[in-house]
Ligand binder design. Structure first.
Ligand code: SF4
Ligand code: SF4
Ligand code: SF4
Length: 203
């Protein structure tokens, strides 16, 4: 394959990454996904503003998405500055477009970035900032969630005819990886996601 064709394929991939990232409702997760895919794919490391900038942006986004110690608004400002530096100093369109992507997303989602700095992900996609729980009022003890949970994070006893004194269904927070498999199979909507208050986010 000639060089021009190879470059065209890479350009197409950048556009694919952008489209795929739109599946994420949370802007922090969207940008993190884009960075991870860009670094793993079309980013060639030939110039510093792009290679160092995306690496640093990824680290800061991971920090924000987990509400790590000392996360603060300066992390968002730094990511935005990285975006500007990439637009100015990147050698090629891929780096410049990525810088523009960063700035546009922060500008259009300022409030959500600020909420993350307070430890809140309202889209419930930052798994460190949420917890799963079972509403006992809606749980019919069918046991479907128990079958799909690979982490053995669910306690409970499936309902059987003529039996009393059941162990109610409950999610053990320490074991739960927030994979979301149980929600998909629950027929009654008894499994819910709770947005953690910042003081309860584990670091
Ligand atoms: S801006 Fe272009 S040349 Fe520079 S590292 Fe990024 S992809 Fe490579
Ligand atoms: S979210 Fe995943 S790990 Fe947590 S209880 Fe449901 S299936 Fe188990
Ligand atoms: S799948 Fe839903 S209804 Fe069935 S046991 Fe689990 S929480 Fe209860």
């Amino acid at each position: 394959m000639d060089e021009v064709k190879q470059l065209e394929e890479k350009e197409k991939k950048l556009e694919d990454i952008r489209k795929e990232s739109e599946d994420k409702k949370c802007p922090v997760q969207r940008m993190l996904y884009y960075m991870e895919q860009f670094i793993a794919g079309p980013m060639c490391s030939r110039c510093f503003p792009c290679s160092l900038g995306t690496a640093e942006a990824k680290i800061r986004l991971e920090k924000i998405s987990t509400h790590a110690d000392n996360t603060n608004i300066k992390d968002v400002e730094t990511i935005k500055r990285i975006g500007s530096m990439m637009i100015e100093g990147s050698f090629c369109k891929k780096g410049k477009d990525t810088g523009k992507f960063i700035i546009d997303l922060i500008n259009s989602s300022e409030e959500e970035f600020r909420n993350h700095i307070s430890g809140i992900c309202s889209s419930t996609e930052c798994i460190a900032l949420i917890e799963y729980f079972i509403d006992p009022e809606l749980c019919t003890m069918c046991g479907k969630c128990l079958e799909v949970c690979k982490e053995k994070a669910i306690l409970g006893e499936k309902k059987r005819p003529f039996q009393t004194g059941y162990l109610p269904f409950e999610i053990r927070k320490k074991r739960c990886t927030r994979c979301g498999e149980c929600i998909k199979v629950c027929p009654t909507g008894a499994i819910r996601i709770n947005i953690l208050q910042p003081e309860f986010v584990e670091k």
